[in-house]
Design a protein around this ligand. Structure first.
Ligand code: AP5
Length: 212
């Protein structure tokens, strides 16, 4: 089974993808996570991507499609994948269609997670993450016990793009470049919409129902 999660920044794609990965044994592919790892390791891709990411702009389509082509050909994707944060443009979606045909795969479900933008801004301005294990914290609802990660004792940081100005730009970029994908997949009759403005586990219950 191959699943694609659409939704604005902060709509909960990553949180739902992790739950899906655990429950269904699918491979979670987050272009944002791959890019952040490349930035951290100062690879050539990371050096190119960093500037776009820090401004909340999209990394060029060609780089993203190359990255995905390499990633989905790996053996750990044979049992099915969850695409999180990809595609983000019509060009990426068309590129994915071609890559899926080439790899004898197809999308089984496309889910759009819908959350009002004011709620998203509250979520993202409060988010903190562990720079070691990636555990997610929230300054309001789920803070770490100290300035270190409760699990691995790594540094708990605020993502470089989680400041209000950049969050607003990410949302503008989403509206302009990514939201048209809702119609793109609706026209293919595989889009389903989820109300993401409720507790993570309640959202996951709805996700599971839609996959049945
Ligand atoms: P990426 O890492 O994909 O970031 P994003 O799309 O901005 O998404 P987020 O990770 O912020 O949010 P999410 O929807 O996954 O929500 P999450 O579950 O984490 O991309 C970063 C950058 O990389 C882009 O801006 C771009 O520059 C570049 N990039 C990446 N992919 C690209 C591509 N394909 N093309 C070009 N450039 C690309 O949740 C967010 C927060 O909300 C967390 O704190 C979480 O705990 C909380 N939360 C989640 N669900 C709920 C809920 N139901 N209720 C309350 N809180 C919740």
């Amino acid at each position: 089974m191959n699943i694609l999660l659409l939704g604005a920044p902060g709509s909960g794609k990553g949180s739902q993808a992790k739950l899906l990965e655990t429950k269904f044994g699918l491979k979670h592919i987050s272009t944002g996570d791959i890019l952040r790892e490349s930035v951290k390791n100062e690879t050539s891709l990371g050096k190119l991507a960093k500037e776009y990411m820090n401004k909340g702009e999209l990394v060029p389509d060609e780089l993203i499609l190359d990255l995905i082509e390499e990633r989905i050909s790996k053996v750990d994707c044979l049992g099915g994948v969850i695409f999180d944060g990809f595609p983000r443009t019509i060009k990426q979606a068309e590129g994915l269609d071609n890559l899926l045909v080439k790899n004898n795969k197809r999308l089984n479900h496309v889910l759009s997670i819908d959350v009002p933008f004011d709620k998203i801004i509250t979520r993202l301005t409060a988010r903190m993450v562990c720079s070691g294990c990636g555990k997610d914290y929230n300054k309001i609802s789920n803070p770490p016990k100290s300035d270190k990660c409760d699990v691995c004792n790594g540094d708990v940081i605020v993502r470089a793009d989680d400041n209000e100005a950049t969050i607003k730009n990410r949302l503008d970029v989403y509206k302009k470049s990514t939201e048209p994908l809702i119609d793109y997949y609706n026209n293919k009759n595989i889009l389903k919409r989820i109300d993401g403005d409720k507790d993570v586990n309640l959202v996951f219950n709805d996700v599971e129902k839609l996959l049945q």
